[in-house]
Design a protein around this ligand. Structure first.
Ligand code: UD1
Ligand code: CA
Length: 533
C-alpha cells in the first residue's frame, strides 16, 4: 500500500528565538552541516506533501532566502502581528489554496531531529484512527515550560493546557505536547477562525484546536513518541550543542550500519549529507563536513577535516585539511597537507607532507611528496615534483597558470614562475627558477657557478663551534689551487649512491618516492632519500 500523501506540511518558524542571544535568526543556526530549518524541511519533504510551507516573520527576508536555497519548491507564508502558534498556522493556511481537505501536518522549524519516518508513522496512525487531531506527545521528567496533555478518565485527550495557564494539578502532568500534529484540514481551518487570544500570553494558541474538536464531539488521539530527542527544540546555544552532539551520534551510527569502520565515534563528526563507502576506516578526530563523499576501502585520518570533498575508492587522507577538492581512487594525501578549493588529484597520485595545493589538476600517478606549494597548475600523469617547489602563480596583480607535462622529473626547489609550460618528459635541476617555457625532453637548469671560499669560517668566525669542528676535520685555511674541494669530489662521482641519483652534468634531482600509505612503510623504503638535492 502506498503511504498516504498529506495535503500539506506547515513548518512554524516565525518566532524570534531571543534566548539564542544571536545576531543570526535561530532557525539558521546549524547542526550536522544543515540549518535547523533545513532539517525540518527535509523531514517534511520526506513524506511528500502536496504543499510544503514555512511560516516566517522574524528576519523574514534572510530566512526566506535561505529556505529557497534549501528547497526551491518550499512555499513561504508571512505571519502578521498577531502572536501565537495558532495564528502562525492560520497565516500558513491563508497562503495555501482555499478549502483544503485531507490531512495537514504541523511541525516546528527549530526541532531538528524529527525524522520523516516518525512523520510517516504519525500520519498513518492519524488516518487509520479517523480522528480530527493527532498530537505527538512525550513523557518527560521535567515538563516545565511545555503544554500539558490533559486526558479524560477514559484516557482520551481532552485538551492541552499551557504552563502559564495551568493549575498546580495540571502542572504535575508529565505528558507534554511536542508541537507536532496531524489535523483534519477542514476542522483545523474552521477551529482556528473561531479562536481568541484570551489566555495568559494573549496569543492565539494552536493547542486550543484540541479543545474545539472535542467540544464538537470529535475524537483526538495522542501519538506517544518514545524517542524524546525527536521532539526537542533548540531555544539556546546549550541545546544547539546538545542536539548537535546527539545528531552526530546518530549519523555516525548510521555510517557504521552502512559499512564504515569508525575507530572513535566520540571524536568523529559527520555531517548529515556525507556518504562513506564500505570498509573505509575513519581514524580518531576526523570531521567530514558538507557534501563530502568518501569511497570504499579508504583510510581517513587521524586528525583530518574534509569539507565538500570527493574521495575515491582506496584513497588515503591523513592529517589533512581539505575543501572543494577531488582525491582520485588509490591516491594518498598527507600527513600535513592542505588542499584548497579546486584541487583535483588523479588516481594513484600523491600529495605528501607539508604540501599546499589550490586550483591544481594533478594527473594520475603524479607526485608532490614534500614541502611544496602548487597553485593554479596543471600537471600531467606520472610526473614527480621535487621537494620544496613553489608554483609562483601571483605576480602581485594577477594569477597565472603553470602547465607541467607527463612523466617529467622536476628537481627539488624548482620555482615555476607562471605563466610557464614545461613539456612532456622534461627534467629540471635542483634550485632551478623556470621563467620561460621548457620543451619536451629538455633539462632546464639555473646554471649559476657555485662559489666555495675555503677557510672562510676560520678567518671570519674564529673561536666558534663551527670553527673548532672545521679545524678538527682538518679543513684547509684557504683555497687549494683555486679548486673548491666539494666540487672536485662531485665531479669525480664521489657522491653517495644511496643518497641521490646523479644526472648528466652532475645535476641531482629528486628520486620518486614510494607511494606507501600514510604512516606505513614498504619493503625497500629504507635508505631512500626521496628529497634529492
Ligand atoms: C508551544 C506549544 C506547547 C508545546 C511547545 C513545544 C502552543 C500555544 N504551545 O509552546 O504546548 O509544549 O510548543 O515546544 O502552541 N511560532 C510561530 N509564531 C508564533 C509563535 C511561535 O511561528 O507566533 C513558532 C516558533 O518559531 C517555534 C514554534 O512555533 O518554531 C513554537 O514556539 P514556542 O514559542 O517555542 O512554543 P510555545 O508557544 O512556548
Ligand atoms: Ca520552544
Amino acid at each position: 500500500m502506498t503511504p498516504p500523501r498529506p495535503t500539506a506540511v506547515i513548518v512554524l518558524a516565525a518566532g524570534e528565538g531571543t534566548r539564542m542571544k544571536s545576531a543570526m535568526p535561530k532557525v539558521l543556526h546549524t547542526i550536522g552541516g544543515r540549518s535547523l530549518v533545513h532539517h525540518a524541511i527535509a523531514a517534511a519533504r520526506g513524506i511528500d506533501p502536496i504543499h510544503l510551507e514555512v511560516v516566517v516573520r522574524h528576519e523574514r527576508d534572510l530566512v526566506a532566502a535561505h529556505i529557497a536555497e534549501c528547497d526551491p519548491d518550499c512555499l513561504i507564508a508571512d505571519q502578521d502581528e498577531i502572536k501565537g502558534t495558532g495564528r502562525a498556522v492560520e497565516c500558513g493556511l491563508a497562503a495555501l489554496p482555499a478549502e483544503l481537505t485531507g490531512t495537514i501536518v504541523v511541525t516546528y522549524g527549530d526541532v531538528p531531529l524529527l525524522t520523516s519516518e516518525t512523520l510517516r508513522e504519525v500520519l498513518a496512525a492519524h488516518e487509520g484512527a479517523s480522528v480530527a487531531v493527532t498530537v505527538v506527545t512525550s513523557h518527560i521528567s521535567d515538563p516545565t515550560g511545555y503544554g500539558r496533555i490533559v486526558r479524560d478518565a477514559d484516557g482520551s485527550v481532552a485538551r492541552i493546557v499551557e504552563q502559564k495557564d495551568a493549575t498546580d494539578d495540571e502542572r504535575a502532568i508529565t505528558e507534554v505536547n511536542s508541537g507536532i500534529y496531524a489535523f483534519e484540514a477542514t476542522l483545523l481551518t474552521q477551529a482556528l477562525s473561531g479562536l481568541g487570544t484570551d489566555n495568559a500570553q494573549g496569543e492565539k494558541y494552536l493547542t486550543d484546536v484540541v479543545g474545539v474538536a472535542r467540544a464538537q464531539g470529535r475524537a483526538v488521539a495522542a501519538y506517544v513518541l518514545a524517542d524524546v530527542w525527536q521532539t526537542e527544540g533548540v531555544n539556546d546555544k546549550i541545546q544547539l550543542a546538545r542536539l548537535g552532539a546527539e545528531l552526530n551520534r546518530r549519523t555516525v551510527e548510521a555510517a557504521m550500519r552502512e559499512g564504515a569502520i569508525i575507530r572513535d565515534p566520540a571524536t568523529t563528526w559527520i555531517d548529515t549529507d556525507v556518504s562513506i563507502g564500505r570498509d573505509t576506516v575513519i581514524e580518531p578526530n576526523v570531521q567530514l563536513r558538507g557534501a563530502t563523499t568518501i569511497g570504499a576501502d579508504c583510510l581517513i585520518g587521524p586528525d583530518t577535516t574534509l569539507v565538500d570533498m570527493e574521495v575515491g575508492d582506496g584513497a588515503t587522507v591523513c592529517r589533512t585539511q581539505g575543501s572543494l577538492s577531488v582525491v582520485g581512487p588509490g591516491a594518498t594525501v598527507g600527513p600535513w597537507a592542505y588542499l584548497r578549493p579546486g584541487t583535483e588529484l588523479g588516481a594513484e597520485a600523491k600529495i605528501g607532507t607539508f604540501v599546499e595545493t589550490k586550483n591544481a589538476n594533478i594527473g594520475a600517478g603524479s607526485k608532490i611528496p614534500h614541502l611544496s606549494y602548487v597553485g593554479d597548475a596543471t600537471i600531467g600523469t606520472g610526473t614527480n615534483i621535487g621537494a620544496s617547489s613553489v608554483f609562483v602563480n601571483f605576480d602581485g596583480v594577477a594569477k597565472h597558470r603553470t602547465t607541467v607535462g607527463d612523466h617529467c622529473r622536476m628537481g627539488s626547489d624548482t620555482m615555476y614562475v607562471a605563466p610557464v609550460t614545461i613539456g612532456d618528459g622534461a627534467y629540471s635541476g635542483a634550485g632551478t627558477v623556470i621563467r620561460s617555457d621548457v620543451p619536451p625532453g629538455a633539462l632546464v637548469l639555473t646554471d649559476a657557478p657555485q662559489r666555495v671560499i675555503e677557510g672562510w669560517v676560520a678567518e671570519h668566525r674564529p673561536d666558534t663551534e663551527a670553527a673548532r669542528a672545521a679545524a678538527a676535520a682538518g679543513a684547509a685555511a684557504g683555497r687549494v689551487n683555486g679548486i673548491p674541494e666539494t666540487t672536485s669530489r662531485r665531479r669525480n662521482g664521489d657522491g653517495d649512491p644511496e643518497e641521490a641519483q646523479a644526472a648528466p652534468h652532475g645535476v641531482l634531482w629528486a628520486r620518486p618516492p614510494g607511494a606507501g600509505r600514510c604512516g606505513g612503510r614498504r619493503p625497500g623504503d629504507e635508505g631512500r632519500a626521496d628529497a634529492g638535492l
